[in-house]
Design a protein around this ligand. Structure first.
Ligand code: SAH
Ligand code: SF4
Length: 362
């Protein structure tokens, strides 16, 4: 078994581990500081830490498990990374620039089992969950790349919207949130972190119970069961009524706003009727609801879907507004570099030799 990434440990876990291994409590603060503030690349770079402790860490952990395979930079400043994991699997991470800061989109699983019909990630089944270390390292790799530019730029926001269903990798997701949010480390504000789910209702209850103050986004994509089931098979296990019950529980527990993601698929879910149904579905909590209309990104040339045209998206938006629903349209970043989730990875896998691609995508 290869050694785990030290970035996968929360501050508390690291402190307990060090104390269990005969180290003083303050060592945890020192190590944490070297990891996340000074952002070293080798344990031996930790100047004020004795050789014995460094040897201990070296023996049990590694500092980097991701390798940069591909890096694409878009004209608008979006940077898309393809990282190779120690087992050869590939994952995607995207850095996006907004007027409010730098946001990183992270991956939580290798592939995804939810299998939404419009999604590139869903076309490649899940082979495994990412560890908390592999999720944190995506942020560290991007931040260390920014550090090298010497412009003092900092990742300020995170969206958990890359490949995978985050709530299906619940414990590692939570550790990731605790680690990046820790004010002794990266200190990325909970309100600057958004977790997107396809609607695993039972996990939404659990998520609400953790009490974390991060934002939740729900991929709703259709306002009725028949239509939703036809594009998201997860709707069979968690139909809209069950999902809405879980959301009401979440709202009651947290009083936080929910974002609903709605992908605009031409002639599938983009009629006025669906906008009205969606407004109806959300009206009992409209003050805490925000709808993000996402123009569909073509997955590949054989895709059964097309993006709704701009006039239709605008009309859908207007209808929601008229019905008193807060909403916006998410025009994409990095359109020239396959920035939609899973696209770079699925292209890269296709490019590889057939025998290799099979072992990667399983
Ligand atoms: N599994 C989670 C998070 C990752 S997907 C979820 O589904 O919510 C993040 C968002 O991208 C989701 O709203 C998803 O529906 C959307 N998405 C997937 N494929 C897309 C595509 N081809 N074009 C535009 N958005 C897409
Ligand atoms: Fe998985 Fe989300 Fe893609 Fe659906 S949209 S297949 S849940 S990554």
């Amino acid at each position: 078994m290869s050694k785990p990434s030290i970035y996968g440990m929360t501050y508390e876990q690291l402190k307990d581990w060090l104390m269990d291994h005969g180290q003083k409590r303050f060592r945890a603060d020192q190590v944490w500081n070297w990891l996340y503030k000074k952002r070293i690349n080798h344990f031996s770079d930790m100047k004020n830490i004795n050789k014995e402790t460094i040897g201990l860490l070296d023996e049990h952990f590694v500092l980097g498990v991701l390798e940069e395979e591909v890096k694409q930079e878009s004209k608008d400043g979006t940077i898309k990374y393809l990282f190779r994991l120690t087992d050869g699997n590939l994952i995607e991470t995207v850095l996006m620039r907004f007027n409010y800061g730098l946001s990183v989109c992270v991956t939580t699983q290798v592939g995804c089992n939810i299998g939404c019909s419009f999604c590139a990630s869903g076309l490649l089944n899940k082979s495994r969950d990412l560890t908390s270390g592999e999720i944190v390292e995506q942020i560290m790799m991007v931040q260390k790349n920014l550090d090298l530019k010497g412009k003092d730029e900092r990742v300020s926001h995170i969206v958990v919207m890359g490949i995978g269903e985050p709530l299906d990798n619940f414990d590692n997701l939570m550790d990731f949130i605790y680690i990046v949010n820790d004010d002794r480390g990266l200190n990325i504000g909970a309100r600057h972190i958004t977790v997107s789910t396809s609607g695993l209702a039972h996990k939404i209850y659990k998520f609400a119970d953790t009490g974390v103050q991060v934002n939740l986004a729900v991929s709703i994509h259709a306002p009725n069961n028949e239509l939703r089931r036809s594009i998201m098979k997860i709707n069979k296990a968690f139909p809209i009524e069950k999902l809405m019950d879980a959301i009401h529980y979440y709202l009651q527990k947290t009083n936080r706003r929910i974002t609903y993601e709605y992908i605009m698929l031409k002639d599938v879910n983009d009629h006025q009727e669906e906008a009205i149904q969606l407004a109806e579905l959300l009206k009992d909590h409209r003050k805490l609801a925000y709808v993000n209309l996402i123009p569909y990104n073509t997955v590949d040339e054989h895709s059964q879907y097309q993006r709704s045209d701009s006039a239709t998206i605008q009309a859908f938006f207007e209808t929601l507004k008229e019905q008193g629903i807060n909403c916006g349209v998410r025009w994409e970043n990095g359109a020239d570099i396959d920035a939609a989730c899973g696209q770079l990875r699925s292209k890269q896998i296709k490019k590889m030799k057939p025998n290799r691609s099979r072992s990667l995508s399983k």
